[in-house]
Design a protein around this ligand. Structure first.
Ligand code: IMP
Ligand code: MG
Length: 176
């Protein structure tokens, strides 16, 4: 099988949408300080682009959870690989994710973070595949709803490859 990437969302379109989201978020949290939680590794590119455009004092923290092993199918197993450095108690927290697929990762994560008693807790995702949802999750900010395709780039990987592509593309497998 030969891997090929077909552009789905070009860079300019991604950044234009990031700008809109940042504006919306800046308005919604006006007068407050915001903590962005970047879910490693997929959301690093989205988080940095978004954070730079939010016109409020922003703190960053990072968390890494694993749900997918090496491939395109969910294992259903979720494990904290790296926890946050600091407490989120009484803070306004916005979780920044690359993609919501089955919803398993986020539903687990949001419940866990809620138990740490932040002042508020919301979720922002660059991509959403609503057709794939198995577990309900409330998404407060969505960049793009996309069809059920496996995508890579702008942080998203396939077996750790393609994260650094500046666009979001569909991973195609061609017969060699
Ligand atoms: P969920 O728990 O099924 O919602 O899975 C979410 C996680 O699966 C994301 O944070 C990604 O790491 C990964 N994932 C889901 N769909 C894709 C995709 O199309 N491309 C790359 N990673 C994906
Ligand atoms: Mg992820």
């Amino acid at each position: 099988m030969k891997e090929r990437i077909e552009v789905m969302i070009p860079e300019e379109q991604l950044l234009a949408r990031v700008r809109e989201l940042a504006e919306q978020i800046s308005k919604r949290y006006a007068g407050k300080e915001l903590k962005l939680i970047c879910i490693l590794k997929g959301s690093i590119f989205f988080t940095t682009e978004l954070a730079k455009r939010i016109t409020l004092p922003v703190k960053l923290d990072f968390m890494s959870v694993s749900s997918y092993e090496n491939g395109t199918t969910s294992t259903g197993r979720i494990r904290i690989v790296k926890d946050l450095d600091d407490s989120i108690r009484d803070e306004h927290v916005l979780v920044v994710e690359d993609i919501v697929d089955s919803g398993r990762t986020l539903s687990f994560l949001m419940e866990m973070l809620k138990s740490r008693q932040p002042a508020s807790l919301s979720l922002c995702t660059l991509l959403d595949k609503p057709d794939r949802r198995v577990v309900d999750v409330t998404v407060d900010y969505t960049g793009f709803q996309i069809p059920d395709e496996f995508v890579v780039g702008f942080g998203l990987d396939y077996a750790q490859k393609y994260r650094t592509l500046p666009y979001v593309g569909i991973l195609k497998m061609d017969e060699a």
